[in-house]
Design a protein around this ligand. Structure first.
Ligand SMILES: Nc1ncnc2c1ncn2[C@@H]1O[C@H](COP(=O)(O)OP(=O)(O)OP(=O)(O)O)[C@@H](O)[C@H]1O
Length: 471
């Protein structure tokens, strides 16, 4: 489906006033505040036809106009186009009129003499509200249909996990929002891939510019993001564009945001709040034209609660957020990912794709994967590079798991419900252990190594137990 190029908001704002000078100044003020799509008319009678032709989501309506009064038009719009929001702008500061307008369906009421900033602030708040409502509706319909409009953007993310697919739907639903997107998840879980997909579905024409902000001191952070003017500091012989400018009309992806210093947090907050920034040594502000996506492997809410991450910045960043589940919470993806990485490794190494032994997936399923998908990928690459026979050896995997702290059973492996809760008669401890061992061996395809790992005991302990049971 073809979609319009990215503009903010996703709908047009229509100004209706018989005063040409007010229309002009309001249009400029809104455009300066980043509202790209502004239409204007001096003729209230044209409005219904304009609404039929243009994707208008918000009308700023003057009350006192010749031919058709603002109040009459407001009533007509409320009846015929209830989905279009109306903010009334009146020359009069009359409470009764304001109450009447709000009762008739106006979203808000402003007096024309109010400071322009207040009026623009009110319009921006209304736009934000309408965009959130639109995103909500879109999300609800996507969850119901389960369809992705741009599956190709997510093609690099191999998964059939329901939680992951729901995240893709969400990312699509908020793709056009100018609000930041926060992507959380353990290291190696695919945060950067999700950020890239979000950029791809945003319809933004500019590039995705990625900056890892961990370990950047505040001066380097400011210079990297905002750039500098010529002569801004000793050695600054040339002016330099910052990453914010490089990412114009695209996406600025700030990775490891949880590690940002306090001073840099203030700078980022100001950038997001004001939509403007100053390159170092320059007194000419530049506009933020990029959408910001941030990622972290930390729990940002916990950092905020602990006081290491600014609360105001957290709330700015967290309007839209996703948490990528760790691989151990989506073990159903293991066969698919294994397949994908085996093919990838064989291609990279110029080898024939090896056949994985039957026991490999259960073995991988018993492991916690602290390094998530990245760890699985390198395990597979390592195993394929050592591989000689037709069937892939499990040795490389067993060794890699031991290095990754595999002795402990995988966290999260405990069932949600006690499996004995449904048993009419409880088995004795001896019988329960026998049954457990039998089940683990059957799931491990008879491999004692894997069964022992699943049970959280050493292989020699399992083999002793089996011997004892046979005697
Ligand atoms: N669902 C997936 N399908 C295919 N490959 C994946 C998937 N998830 C992650 N990967 C691979 O795992 C590696 C790590 O992914 P990515 O860089 O997106 O993780 P991250 O969460 O951003 O990690 P970090 O926190 O360390 O920056 C990449 O090589 C990527 O190709």
């Amino acid at each position: 489906m073809s979609e319009p190029a990215s503009t903010y908001p996703s709908f047009a704002v229509l100004l209706v006033d018989d005063e040409a000078a007010w229309l002009r100044s309001m249009r400029v003020a809104l455009q300066r505040a980043g509202v790209d799509h502004v239409l204007a008319t001096q003729e209230p009678r044209e409005v219904p036809e304009l609404l039929a032709r243009e994707p208008v989501g918000l009308v700023l309506l003057d009350l006192n106009m010749p031919h058709l009064s603002g109040e009459a038009l407001l009533e007509r719009l409320a009846a015929e186009r209830p989905e279009v929001a109306v903010i009334v702008i009146s020359g009069m500061n009359q409470v009764e009129t304001a109450v009447r307008c709000v009762k008739a369906g106006a979203l808000d009421y402003y007096v024309k003499t109010a400071e322009e900033d207040r009026l623009v602030g009110g319009v921006l708040r209304a736009i934000r509200l309408l965009e959130l409502q639109r995103e909500n509706r879109e999300m609800a319909s996507r969850f119901l249909s389960g369809d992705l409009r741009h599956p190709e953007a997510f093609a690099g993310l191999v998964t059939q996990d329901r939680a992951m697919l729901a995240i893709f739907s969400y990312v699509e639903a908020v793709a056009r929002s100018p609000q930041p997107l926060l992507v959380q998840g353990e290291s190696g879980s695919g945060k950067e891939l999700v950020a890239r997909a979000a950029h791809q579905v945003s319809g933004r024409r500019g590039p995705l510019v990625a900056v890892n902000v961990a370990g950047l001191d505040d001066t380097v952070f400011a210079d990297t993001l905002f750039g500098h003017a010529r002569g801004a500091f000793t050695g600054a012989e040339q002016a330099r564009r910052g990453m914010v400018e490089e990412a114009a009309d695209g996406t600025l992806f700030l990775d490891e945001i949880g590690d940002l210093s306090q001073a840099s947090q203030v700078k980022l907050l100001r950038l997001l709040q004001e939509g403007e920034y100053f390159p170092l040594g320059s007194d000419r502000p530049k506009r933020l034209l990029a959408r910001v996506i941030v990622a972290t492997h930390h729990d940002l809410a916990a950092r905020q609660a602990a006081g290491t991450f600014r609360r105001d910045l957290y709330y700015r960043l967290a309007t839209h957020q996703v948490r990528i589940p760790p691989l151990r919470e989506r073990r159903g993806d293991l066969p698919l990912l294994l397949d994908h990485f085996l093919a990838e490794a064989a291609r990279e190494l110029g080898k024939k794709r090896p056949t994985p032994p039957r026991e490999l997936v259960p073995l991988l399923g018993s492991y916690a994967f602290p390094g998530n998908v990245r760890e699985l990928r390198s395990m597979v690459l390592d195993a394929v590079s050592l591989h000689r026979e037709r069937v892939l050896s499990m040795d490389a995997f067993v060794k890699a798991m031991a290095r990754g702290g595999a002795a402990a059973p995988a966290p999260g492996a405990l069932p949600d419900r006690n499996p004995f809760a449904v048993a009419e008669h409880l088995p004795t401890i001896h019988d329960a252990v026998e049954l457990l061992v039998e089940e683990a061996l059957s799931r491990a395809g008879g491999s004692q190594t894997i069964a022992a790992r699943t049970l959280g005991i050493t292989q020699s302990a399992l083999s002793k137990r089996l011997k004892a049971a046979r005697e």
